[in-house]
Design a protein around this ligand. Structure first.
Ligand SMILES: *[C@@H]1O[C@H](CO)[C@@H](O)[C@H](O)[C@H]1NC(C)=O
Ligand SMILES: *[C@@H]1O[C@H](CO)[C@@H](O)[C@H](O)[C@H]1NC(C)=O
Ligand SMILES: *[C@@H]1O[C@H](CO)[C@@H](O)[C@H](O)[C@H]1NC(C)=O
Ligand SMILES: *[C@@H]1O[C@H](CO)[C@@H](O)[C@H](O)[C@H]1NC(C)=O
Ligand SMILES: *[C@@H]1O[C@H](CO)[C@@H](O)[C@H](O)[C@H]1NC(C)=O
Length: 485
């Protein structure tokens, strides 16, 4: 398992950088490394004219306390790494590698003429529930620790930051922990120089939500938050209001039911004011609880209907965003359905009325029980290929009790893992992680593959070691996208 994973990481480092936005893919920076900025926030900086992405830096063996990483981009698709903006300090009382440094956000304080970073600061058993504060003269850092405090004396868990476009005032959003006294989400205004919280503007009482972010449109505020299910995704909800102090609406789900918000958790959102239109992006995390450092990012355009007072995430495997005009468009791909795939060994086609073509490919196991999509058209250049799958994970994993997420006491795991081989070249095996989807729910996960030019390519999918067995998820179809321009 580890070998294959390492291999695929090495292979990926040779790929070209992305210009499309591909939710859930392995994103690489301009140096070819995985973009390592989890549960992050993005700040548009007027001075540099760039987007700056700050997030939790996680590597194998150091999943917490790795500090805050920093990346810059002009197009939100090409990211340059700038190392750690907030570096852990050995033996420090708040930012040592033994401490929790989560959900960092950066805002420019015009009054103070410097950049301010805030995060959820905690000890390793989450017993403090504080907000950390650090400052820097330069957006990329290094940031210097100032203090870690209890906001208005209360607890603070997942941290979010919102700056109102109307008056530039900044607000902290934070869940006040899991205790019975807590389970609220606070919306609290900072003072003018953004150094200290001064007034609670609203409290989302007892909804027991976390990972908050606010999207501001000309007419509304939408506050998005997730339920508290650890690193397992759930149905993110939003509240709407005319004013930050409320009244806020009832919460409503923002993605199709049972997709668990396309397998992601909320945490941030971005408003892109272009010359032609304003686009709102949902900036979420697709956690991998088995290996947090391998977690991915789910960024999706948001559709807002102010008449209906609704907000919805729109899934696209691959989309093209122009940050200058604010316009975006899905990239059109070519679909190859399960019905026309070839099966080997015990893999077979099974009737499925929810499938695209009435059948789903199942029984994908190890090297022998595989499915092969044939006659695939390629260009000879790296192309994104999306694998639409269903992962019901209700088989109970051999002698493991209760594999299902819906089973009480279930030992649920986040994925099935498939091998993907192009044109029978088993020397190059790509790993495809297929997180749980619910029964009858089909989601997709992408890989960048290089197919030969022409219509004769094959893609073979088998099962890889997932810690219990060698099962891949069921497949509905694959979609092959044109190469980046
Ligand atoms: C950190 O603390 C330990 C134990 O108190 C001490 O032995 C060590 O020298 C300290 N390290 C630094 C860099 O201060
Ligand atoms: C974290 O802080 C809480 C509250 O002070 C304390 O009870 C707990 O023991 C601390 N955890 C660690 C690992 O020091
Ligand atoms: C944290 O530091 C800032 C900047 O010095 C200060 O304004 C603020 O009062 C401090 N917070 C607390 C609670 O001490
Ligand atoms: C935090 O706020 C809640 C209400 O939201 C209150 O019940 C609780 O006592 C407060 N906790 C602290 C430590 O102030
Ligand atoms: C798959 O093939 C590899 C290499 O031939 C072999 O080491 C491995 O045991 C096979 N796995 C299964 C589940 O058949």
């Amino acid at each position: 398992m580890w070998h294959l994973r390492t291999l695929s990481l090495l292979l990926c480092t040779t790929l070209t950088q992305a210009k499309y936005i591909v939710p859930g893919a392995r994103w690489h920076d301009t140096a070819g490394n995985l973009v390592n900025a989890h549960a992050g926030g993005i700040t548009f900086d007027e001075e540099t004219g760039k987007f700056w992405w700050f997030g939790e830096y996680k590597i194998e063996g150091q999943e917490e306390g790795g500090g805050v990483s920093c990346y810059s981009s002009e197009d939100l698709a090409t990211w340059e790494a700038h190392g750690l903006a907030l570096e852990p300090v050995k033996n420090h009382s708040f930012i040592s590698p033994e401490h929790i440094i989560q959900r960092p956000k950066v805002v420019y304080s015009a009054e103070a003429g410097e950049y301010h970073m805030f995060w959820h600061a905690d000890n390793s058993s989450y017993g403090w529930l504080l907000q950390g504060f650090a400052t820097s003269d330069s957006v990329s850092g290094p940031y210097t620790f100032v203090n870690a405090t209890a906001p208005m004396g209360n607890w603070s868990q997942d941290y979010g930051l919102f700056q109102d476009a109307n008056d530039g005032r900044a607000y902290a959003l934070y869940s006040n922990g899991d205790e019975k006294d807590g389970r609220d989400v606070y919306l609290t205004r900072y003072n003018a120089d953004i150094t200290e919280l001064e007034e609670v503007v609203y409290r989302f009482d007892k909804f027991d939500l976390e990972a908050p972010t606010i999207i501001q449109t000309p007419g509304s505020y939408y506050a998005l938050m997730s339920h508290k299910t650890g690193y397992r995704p759930n149905n993110v909800v939003a509240f709407r209001a005319d004013s930050l102090s409320g009244p806020w609406s009832q919460p409503f789900m923002v993605a199709p039911l049972n997709t668990r918000t396309f397998n992601s958790q909320s945490g941030f959102s971005l408003k892109i004011v272009g010359s032609r239109r304003t686009t709102y992006l949902y900036i979420g995390d697709q956690w991998d609880s088995n290996s947090l450092w391998e977690s991915r990012y789910i960024w999706l355009p948001v559709e807002i209907d102010e008449e209906k007072k609704s907000l919805e995430l729109v899934w696209h495997d691959v989309y093209d965003l122009d940050v200058k005009t604010g316009e975006w468009a899905p990239v059109e791909g070519k679909t190859y359905s399960a019905r026309h795939a070839r099966t080997a060994g015990d893999a077979f086609k099974q009737e499925a009325n929810f499938a695209t073509d009435g059948v789903i490919l199942t029984g994908i196991y190890g090297n022998d029980s595989t499915v092969t999509f044939e006659g695939i058209e390629g260009t000879g250049e790296p192309q994104w290929v999306s694998f639409y799958y269903q992962n019901t994970d209700d088989m109970g994993f051999g002698d493991q009790p209760g594999g299902s997420p819906d089973r009480i006491g279930g030992s649920w795991q986040l994925r099935r893992i498939s091998s993907v081989v192009v044109n029978g070249d088993t020397a190059h095996v790509e790993t495809l992680y297929q997180r749980d989807t619910h029964k009858g729910i089909i989601l997709s996960t992408p890989l960048q593959l290089t197919l030969e030019k022409g219509k004769h390519n094959t893609i073979t999918v088998g099962g890889l070691d997932n810690g219990f067995d060698y099962k891949g998820a069921d497949l509905d179809r694959i979609v092959v996208y044109p190469p980046e321009k």
